[in-house]
Design a protein around this ligand. Structure first.
Ligand code: DC
Length: 227
């Protein structure tokens, strides 16, 4: 068993905020697996590689250098040495990332990068297939969910705080489309691992979710030690 935590779940379920805070509290590294897909999507858009050309995209994945580095200001993402931390959060990148994440060959390359990242110490890994495909042997697995209305409100608030204009209805429609694509694709679809603990955060704040997960960690640890 690998001593690490996986948190999977749909878009805007609070995985990143919770994952970062949990990693901080434990002193572990934080692996944002979506950032790898976003980084590649950013490059594909920049180089105008069509999103309906699987071969060109898998070639691009193989030749792109993606690095995640933690600093005092938080996580920074680099593509071939360029800092793309802000740029990959744009909505056009979110959509492109979800499209190319359905390609098996692209996923194979990303899986290698993600496992390499986790081989360097204890991590909290967050995404869609962390507990099911990338780290099936993880010791602690969670599936973090929230009702669509609440997730849309959270994403909408986040966009407004970044100075973006978007209607709540549009945000909700985009989330629905992305969840549909992420959970119905053939490879590594979004879904809870059989041994993951399901957490509904609809009515919980970030601190409450983190406290709940820390409590669950202790319970899982105790039950594993008693075996
Ligand atoms: O978590 P996020 O919004 O940053 O992820 C962006 C896209 O990347 C998401 O729509 C699906 C894809 N993704 C994935 O397929 N597998 C992961 N482990 C993480 C993200």
């Amino acid at each position: 068993m690998r001593n690490m935590i996986t948190i999977d779940g749909p878009a805007a379920s609070g995985k990143s905020t919770v994952g970062k805070e949990l990693a901080r509290r434990l002193g572990w590294r934080y692996l944002d697996s979506g950032a790898f897909y976003r980084a590649l999507a950013w490059k594909a858009l920049r180089e105008e590689v069509p999103l309906n050309k699987p071969e060109a995209l898998s070639e691009l994945a193989k030749k792109t250098r993606i690095n995640l580095s933690s600093s005092t200001e938080g996580l920074r993402i680099f593509v071939d040495g360029h800092d793309v931390t802000q740029a990959i959060r744009e909505e056009c990148v979110s959509e492109a990332a979800s499209i190319l994440a359905a390609l098996p060959e692209v996923r194979r390359v990303m899986l290698g990068l993600q496992q390499e990242f986790a081989a360097r110490g204890k991590v909290v890994a967050e995404g869609r297939d962390m507990g099911t495909v990338v780290f099936p042997d993880a010791r602690f697995k969670f599936f973090l969910d929230a009702e669509l209305e609440e997730r849309a409100r959270r994403r909408h608030r986040e966009l407004i705080s970044r100075g973006k204009r978007a209607s709540l209805e549009k945000v909700k429609a985009e989330l629905t489309e992305r969840d549909q694509r992420d959970s119905t694709r053939d490879v590594a679809p979004l879904g809870p691992a059989e041994d993951a603990l399901y957490v509904d955060s609809t009515h919980l704040g970030v601190g409450e979710v983190v406290d709940l997960l820390l409590h669950k960690l202790k319970c899982i640890e105790a039950s594993q030690n008693n075996k």
